[in-house]
Ligand binder design. Structure first.
Ligand code: PLP
Length: 400
């Protein structure tokens, strides 16, 4: 390859490093869980994991693993095809129907990831005559999906309902045919739940549709884990839900859109990441079906998750840490400066607690944090251990 091109890449990498933004991946030497084995030169060590999206603790559930193995035995390893040619099995259709029933929609359509679901959902449904009105903190995949669509784009500051209303008026003034409001159900960096009742009320007043990306809620928030529309009492009013199989619902991979029949039917005809990409692996589809069944019945796990969330939040608050307020299992510990977040993460790592520091550009400058996420796979003892480690590390780093 041209040496000038390689040199250019090396310079870019050096800049990322110099800005303190280089992401180094750590390796786990075993299954995902409440306690994990961190890979090290000398055989690994155990840590309490506070940074996975394993909310219900299903990522290594024995019944899901067994079902995935059965799927592998009965349906083979791979599909080697896109859906519309010869890539669908009864398993895939069962999974779609199970998701649709769970979320109270006519039908659902599977994608390889929710990143693809969000990448593919807008362009087939809306055209240049239409408008998409999007929350400023929406996930990267929504931003990309909206960019791929010809509809006019409007943005409102995170959770600002006055601005949302202004944008709806602007879209009307511009003569929009259809308007679609798009929001994350839970904003992953802050753990805030979207104000869906207000959003749905504005949607009704201005004749707009509502799409909720519920990746950080499906399975663990709301009645039977049906997500933020259920949690906030608007399940009948949200038109389109996008979600993932890669978080609460077993944590393997895969995404979906659930909505009215014509929406799903048109996506099957036109959504590019669906049409031109491989189907989910049979083992993943089989395991995810089981995960969905377990999640729906997992009031005990949701109860454990909620009690851990309260216990951990109270422990950190009593210790004097600055937390963002909220009720979801995402608890951000504010450290403000990137350096401090990194030092704190390293100090926690030494004390057997696995966390991730987030700083610019993932969160705004001056808002660096450690985002902790609770899991039903943890025990009360794990939570107490983590609180002690936070106190000890916080003192060592000079945060508390
Ligand atoms: C994780 C996440 C996604 C991406 O989901 P994948 O299935 O991992 O691609 C999309 N949107 C939101 C809000 C997410 O949190």
């Amino acid at each position: 390859m041209a040496t000038s091109f390689i040199r250019h890449l090396e310079n870019t990498l050096a800049e990322i490093e110099a800005d303190g933004l280089y992401k180094r991946e750590r390796l786990i030497a075993g299954p995902q869980g409440g306690r994990i084995r961190i890979a090290t030169q000398d055989g690994g060590r155990e840590a309490i994991n506070l940074c996975a999206n394993n909310y219900l603790g299903l990522a290594n559930h024995p019944d899901i693993v067994a079902e995935a193995k059965r799927g592998l035995d009965e349906f083979g390893f791979g599909m080697a095809s896109v859906r519309f040619i010869c890539g669908a099995q009864t398993l895939h259709r069962q999974l779609e129907q199970a998701i649709a029933r769970y979320l109270g929609k006519d039908d659902a359509i599977l994608f390889a990831a929710c990143f693809d679901a969000n990448g593919g959902v807008f362009e087939p449904l809306l055209g240049a005559e239409d408008a998409i009105i999007s929350d400023s903190l929406n996930h990267a995949s929504i931003i990309d999906g909206v960019r791929l669509c010809k509809a006019a784009r409007y943005r409102y500051t995170n959770g600002d309902m006055n601005e949302l209303e202004d944008r709806l008026k602007e879209a009307d003034t511009a003569g929009a045919r259809f308007k679609l409001i798009v929001t994350d159900g839970v904003f992953s960096m802050d753990g805030y739940v979207a104000d869906l009742p207000s959003i749905c009320a504005l949607a009704e007043r201005y004749g707009a549709l509502v799409l909720v990306d519920d990746c950080h809620a499906t399975g663990h928030l709301g009645d039977k884990g049906k997500g933020t529309p259920s949690l906030t009492g608007v399940d009948q009013k949200v038109d389109i839900i996008t979600g993932t199989l890669g978080k609460s619902l077993g944590g393997a991979m895969g995404g979906f859109v659930a909505a009215a029949q014509p929406v799903i039917d048109l996506l099957r005809q036109r959504a590019r990441p669906y049409l031109f990409s491989n189907s989910l692996a049979p083992a993943v589809a089989a395991g995810s079906l089981k995960a969905l069944e377990i999640a729906e019945a997992a009031d005990d796990r949701r109860q454990t998750l909620q009690s851990h969330t309260k216990r951990f939040r109270a422990g950190l608050q009593d210790a004097g840490f600055e937390l963002l307020q909220g009720t979801t299992p995402i608890i951000p510990v504010m450290l403000h400066e990137a350096r401090r977040a990194q030092d704190m993460a390293a100090a926690l790592d030494e004390r057997g607690v696995y966390v991730a520091g987030f700083f610019f550009p993932v969160v705004p400058k001056g808002k660096a944090r450690i985002r902790t996420q609770l899991s039903a796979a943890l025990t009360d003892d794990d939570i107490d251990f983590a609180v002690s480690a936070f106190k000890d590390a916080g003192k060592a780093v000079g945060v508390i």
